[in-house]
Design a protein around this ligand. Structure first.
Ligand SMILES: *[C@@H]1O[C@H](CO)[C@@H](O)[C@H](O)[C@H]1NC(C)=O
Length: 279
């Protein structure tokens, strides 16, 4: 009871609507399979964002403020819908000032200390590659909410418009036919691995160009188990289709690439519920 009281006080004091959160589970646990996010990388540069537009949360992003790219965005895939591509890109005001409003806002700045802005990408030759993609958005607002620079990383344009686009389409078809049709729930996580170079060395723009893009899905059944899952990873250049591997294999590769002991994408047990028995 005391604990609950303190929690409520804390949420009143913080305005109760910060979308850069100290723990995803404060605001957007339902984005993740069994309420448990993928592994959170630890370090001063990482921020957890419950991506919010018009006061509604659409997906979640782990953001790296040093490299100015996402680590990953996690989302649920509900249905395929043809959305218009909105061309106004947004930024996350709370990354620069925690007192700012919770919603993403149109990007009007020329630079920011903690996040990439559109100007950083200008004339770089790279696409702003979506992590949570327009293609898997299930409403126009949801599609619009993907147009934020905290959901993007510099992507080779041939890769983005070629093999990666084809992969997004295949995943949408696979999940529609084999998961949603059985009234199961499709969880997807898409991320990048930081590379060795910056987007625009000459202009000294501090946005990292990822070496790899990866994505994984889990189709969760009524028993909260991944009925089937898949992982994909490809180099960020114009080459072959991303490798089609198991989630376990992808996790092992990501452990090596991120240099961490363990990297977990989906929780197949009711992790959050069972850890909450004391509440
Ligand atoms: C991945 O490989 C499996 C066979 O192992 C195949 O059925 C599936 O269509 C492939 N998925 C994609 C998106 O290429």
């Amino acid at each position: 009871m005391m604990f609950l009281h303190v929690m409520m006080m804390a949420s009143v004091l913080s305005g109760g609507s910060a979308e850069v959160v100290s723990d995803f589970r404060e605001k957007c646990a339902d984005i993740f399979a069994n309420g448990a996010p993928p592994t959170i990388l630890h370090g001063h540069q990482y921020r957890q964002i419950c991506q919010t537009l018009k006061n509604k949360v659409y997906y979640a992003t782990l953001y790296d403020t040093d490299n100015k790219i996402s680590v990953y965005s996690a989302y649920k895939f509900n249905k395929k819908m043809k959305c218009d591509r909105k061309h106004i890109w947004c930024i996350e005001p709370q990354l620069d000032n925690p007192g700012e409003e919770p919603n993403m806002v149109p990007d009007r700045s020329h630079q920011s200390p903690n996040q990439a802005v559109s100007d950083d990408y200008k004339h770089s030759g790279f696409d702003k590659g979506h992590l949570a993609p327009v293609y898997l958005a299930s409403s126009q607002d949801c599609s619009d909410a993907t147009f934020t620079l905290t959901n993007a990383a510099p992507q080779n344009l041939h890769f983005n418009r070629g093999k990666w686009r084809i992969l997004e389409e295949k995943i949408a078809d696979e999940l529609t036919m084999q998961c949603l049709s059985k009234k199961n729930t499709a969880y997807v996580v898409t991320g990048v691995v930081p590379g060795k170079r910056k987007i625009y060395e000459k202009r000294n723009v501090n946005v990292n160009v990822p070496s790899h893009f990866w994505t994984a899905y889990c189709c969760l059944d009524h028993n909260k188990e991944c009925q089937f899952s898949k992982g994909f990873i490809g180099r960020n250049r114009n080459s072959k289709a991303p490798d089609n591997i198991t989630v376990n294999e992808l996790e092992t590769r990501l452990e090596n690439l991120y240099k961490v002991k363990s990297f977990q994408l989906f929780s197949t047990k009711a992790f959050f519920l069972s850890s909450c028995i004391i509440c």
